[in-house]
Design a protein around this ligand. Structure first.
Ligand code: ADE
Length: 236
C-alpha cells in the first residue's frame, strides 16, 4: 500500500512514523508513506499558501492552486489513482469500519489542512472524500492524518504480530474489549478473576464475551446494535 500525505508540516509526522508498528510496517515493505510539503508548490516567491476569505470573516483559507499543484505532482508518482481524503471536522466520522475499508485500498492520498479551512474548490475539484476524527476542532489535519494512518496500517496483513489480537480488540466485533490481567495473581489486594487461572478455555471465552457485553452496555450503550441479537445475548 502507498499512502501520500500532503501537508504544510511534514516534520510533524517524523516521530509517529518512526516507532513501533508504523516503523516496522514500513521497514517490512507493507506500506510506503510519502510526505509532500504543499508549500513547495506555492507559485510566488513568498511561498504563499493561504489567503483572506472572500466575503470577509476571520482567519485564512488554504488556497486551491498550491494544493492542486502538489496533488498533481504526487498523483503522477504512482499509477494507482488512490482514494483522495481531506481531513476536516466537516468529514464523515472516522471508525473501525472505515479503517478496515481503507486498509483494502492500494493507495490513499491524505490532505491535511491548516488555517480556517480549505478553499471549497479543493474538495470539488479533486473529488475528495472527507474524514473527521471527532467532533472537536484541532489546529490542523496533521494529527487526524496520523490517526488514520495508524488505524489503517495496523490492519495490513503482517503489521501486527498476532492476527488474533487485531480481531479480538475493541470495535472489531462492535464491542469493547474484555478486561486483561497479567502477573502477579494478586496486586494490592486485587485478585485476577478465578476463571482466568483455571485453564478451561470454553469458560474463559464465555466469561470474556460476557464481560465485553457488560462493559459495552455500561460505558458505550450506543455501540450495541439493537437489531443484532448476537450482541444482546451470550447464548451461554
Ligand atoms: N482538522 C481539524 N479538526 C479536525 C478533526 N476533528 N478531524 C479531522 N480533521 C480536522
Amino acid at each position: 500500500m502507498r499512502i501520500d500525505v500532503l501537508t504544510l508540516f511534514p516534520e510533524m509526522f517524523a516521530s509517529p512514523l518512526a516507532h513501533s508498528i508504523l516503523r516496522r510496517a514500513q521497514a517490512a515493505g507493507l506500506v510506503e508513506i510519502v510526505l509532500s510539503n504543499i508549500r513547495d508548490f506555492a507559485a510566488d516567491s513568498y511561498r504563499k499558501v493561504d489567503d483572506k476569505p472572500y466575503g470577509g470573516g476571520s482567519g485564512m483559507v488554504m488556497m486551491a492552486a498550491p494544493v492542486f499543484a502538489c496533488f498533481e505532482h504526487v498523483r503522477a508518482q504512482a499509477e494507482e489513482p488512490g482514494r483522495v481524503i481531506l481531513l476536516t471536522p466537516q468529514g464523515q466520522p472516522f471508525s473501525q469500519a472505515i479503517a478496515t475499508e481503507l486498509a483494502r485500498q492500494p493507495r490513499l492520498i491524505l490532505i491535511a489542512g491548516r488555517y480556517e479551512g480549505f478553499d471549497e474548490r479543493i474538495r470539488l475539484g479533486l473529488g475528495a472524500e472527507q474524514i473527521s476524527i471527532g467532533d472537536y476542532v484541532l489546529s490542523g489535519g496533521e494529527l487526524p492524518a496520523m490517526v488514520v494512518i495508524d488505524a489503517v496500517v495496523r490492519l495490513l496483513d503482517g503489521a501486527v504480530g498476532d492476527e488474533n489480537s487485531v480481531r479480538d480488540e475493541s470495535f472489531s466485533e462492535g464491542l469493547l474489549e474484555y478486561p486483561q490481567y497479567t502477573r502477579p495473581e494478586e496486586f494490592r489486594g486485587m485478585r485476577v478473576p478465578e476463571v482466568l487461572l483455571g485453564g478451561d478455555h470454553k469458560k474463559i471465552e464465555a466469561w470474556r464475551k460476557q464481560q465485553a457485553l457488560d462493559r459495552t452496555r455500561q460505558w458505550r450503550p450506543d455501540l450495541l446494535d439493537k437489531n443484532n441479537p448476537k450482541n444482546n445475548e451470550t447464548g451461554v
